[in-house]
Write a protein that binds this ligand. Structure first.
Ligand SMILES: *Cc1c(COP(=O)(O)O)cnc(C)c1O
Length: 404
C-alpha cells in the first residue's frame, strides 16, 4: 500500500525548515526533490569509480562506462524505445529541443510549415522561431480555449502537406493540461509531418510508451523526475536520428578524423560530443528505478487525489480564480486571488515555509491569452500530503487577509 508518510522518509530535504517553519515544497513542476536512493548513487560514483568513459582501458573507466550504458538501457526500457541507441543523453529538455531544431535546419526549405501549440514553454517556441528565420519556413500555432485546452479543430485547419514538423508538450507546465498527443501524432503522420513531444512535465507523472505513441521525438529532463539537474534524454526514432546531422563537433562523436574529412560515429555517439554528465546519466537511471518501484499508476492516482483535494479547498477562497480547468490535468494549479500580485503572495508564503512558484512560468503567450501578468502555481508530487495542502490553504488565507 502506498503511504506518503513512509515515502517522505526517502527525501532528506523534506525534514528541513525554512524561515523557522517546516518546509512545504509545492514547486515540483520547476524541479522535483531527490530521494536518498539517488543521492547514494551520486556519492558512490564520485567516491568509488569517477572516470571518463568510452576511451579508457583501465578498470575505473570501464566501470563508469558500464554504469552509464546500463542507465541508458534503463531509460530505453522505461520509455519502451526499440533500441538503446535511440536514447541520446542531453543536458535536459531545452538541449534536446535545440538539437532537433538545429537538425531540421538542413531538412526544411522556404514554404515548409511548423506547427506549435499555444501552451508551449519558451524553450519550445524560441528554437522554432530561430529555425523559421533560418529556413524561410512558417510557424503556425494551435490556439487554446478558456479552460486551457488546445482547440483541436484549429489544428486540423492549419495542418496540411506543407507541415513538416509539429511540436507540442504532453503536459503544460503553466496550467497542467494533458494534451491529446496520441491523436495529434496520428493526424500529423497522415500528412507526413514528424512530431516532437516535450515530455518535461508529463514524464514525472505519466509513463510514455514511445512505440505505442509512434512519436518521432520525445524529450525530458531528469531533474523533474527525482533525478539531478543537467541531464535529460532525447528519444528519436532511428530513421529520424540518422537523417539529422550532428549537433556539435568534438570528441566521442567521430568515427575518423583527417583534415580533409571527418566521418561521424554511429548512434547514439553522433549526438554526444565531449565528456557528458556521466554521474548525472547514472543517477537518472537510479531515479527512474526509484519511481518505477513506487509505480506510475500509484503515483498518478495519488497525485490526482491531491489535485482534487487542493482544487476544492482553493475554490472555497473568495476571489480566487484557477487558470487551467481542463478535466485532463496533472497535479498543477495556477491561480490568482482578486487583484493581489502573485509575487506578493509567493513572498509571504515563503515566510511561512511554503515554496510555490510565481510569474509567467516561461509561458508568456498563455498569460497574454488570460490577460494577466502571471499566476501563483502550486504543483504536487507523490511525497506531498493532504496535511500540507491544509497548511498551505491556511497560510494562503492569512496571506490574502494581509494583502487585501
Ligand atoms: C521544465 C520544462 C522545460 C525546460 O526544461 P529544462 O530542464 O529547463 O531544459 C521545457 N518544457 C516544459 C513543458 C517544462 O516543464
Amino acid at each position: 500500500m502506498f503511504n506518503a508518510e513512509d515515502i517522505r522518509q526517502d527525501f532528506p530535504i523534506l525534514n528541513r525548515e525554512v524561515n523557522g517553519k517546516p518546509l512545504i515544497y509545492l514547486d515540483n513542476a520547476a524541479t522535483s526533490q531527490t530521494p536518498q536512493q539517488v543521492i547514494d548513487v551520486i556519492v558512490d560514483y564520485y567516491t568509488n569509480y569517477n572516470a571518463n568513459i568510452h576511451r579508457g582501458v583501465h578498470s575505473l573507466s570501464q566501470e563508469a562506462t558500464d554504469a552509464y550504458e546500463q542507465a541508458r538501457i534503463k531509460i530505453q526500457k522505461h520509455f519502451n524505445a526499440k533500441y538503446a541507441y535511440e536514447i541520446i543523453y542531453t543536458s535536459g529538455t531545452t538541449h534536446g529541443i535545440n538539437l532537433v531544431a538545429n537538425g531540421f535546419s538542413s531538412l526544411l526549405k522556404a514554404g515548409d510549415e511548423i506547427i506549435v501549440s499555444a501552451l508551449e514553454h519558451h524553450s519550445n517556441i524560441v528554437p522554432w522561431q530561430m529555425l523559421c528565420e533560418q529556413t524561410g519556413s512558417k510557424l503556425k500555432v494551435i490556439p487554446m480555449n478558456q479552460d486551457g485546452e488546445l482547440v483541436i479543430s484549429e489544428f486540423d485547419a492549419v495542418l496540411n502537406t506543407n507541415t513538416k514538423l509539429v511540436f507540442v508538450n504532453h503536459v503544460s507546465n503553466a496550467l497542467g493540461t494533458i494534451n491529446p498527443i496520441a491523436s495529434i501524432i496520428e493526424k500529423a503522420h497522415a500528412v507526413g509531418a514528424a512530431v516532437l513531444v516535450d515530455g518535461a512535465q508529463s514524464s514525472p507523472h505519466i509513463k510514455a510508451d514511445v512505440q505505442a505513441l509512434d512519436v518521432d521525438f520525445y524529450v525530458c529532463s531528469a531533474h523533474k523526475m527525482c533525478g539531478p539537474t543537467g541531464v535529460g534524454v532525447l528519444y528519436g526514432k532511428e530513421e529520424w536520428l540518422n537523417k539529422l546531422p550532428p549537433y556539435q563537433g568534438g570528441g566521442e562523436m567521430i568515427a575518423e578524423v583527417t583534415f580533409e574529412k571527418t566521418t561521424y560515429a554511429d548512434l547514439p555517439h553522433k549526438f554526444e560530443a565531449g565528456t557528458p554528465n556521466i554521474c548525472g546519466g547514472i543517477a537518472f537511471g537510479a531515479a527512474i528505478d526509484y519511481m518505477n518501484t513506487i509505480g506510475f499508476e500509484t503515483i498518478s492516482n495519488y497525485e490526482d487525489e491531491l489535485l482534487q483535494y487542493a482544487t476544492e479547498q482553493l475554490n472555497n477562497i473568495e476571489g480566487l480564480k484557477i487558470y487551467g480547468t481542463s478535466k485532463h490535468k496533472t497535479s498543477v494549479i495556477s491561480f490568482n486571488v482578486a487583484n493581489i500580485h502573485p509575487y506578493d503572495i509567493g513572498t509571504l508564503l515563503d515566510k511561512m515555509g511554503i515554496a510555490v512558484r510565481t510569474g509567467h512560468h516561461c509561458a508568456q503567450p498563455i498569460m497574454d491569452f488570460y490577460k494577466i501578468p502571471g499566476t501563483v502555481r502550486a504543483s504536487f508530487m507523490f511525497y506531498n500530503t493532504k496535511e500540507e495542502i491544509d497548511q498551505f490553504i491556511t497560510a494562503l488565507k492569512k496571506t490574502v487577509t494581509m494583502l487585501s
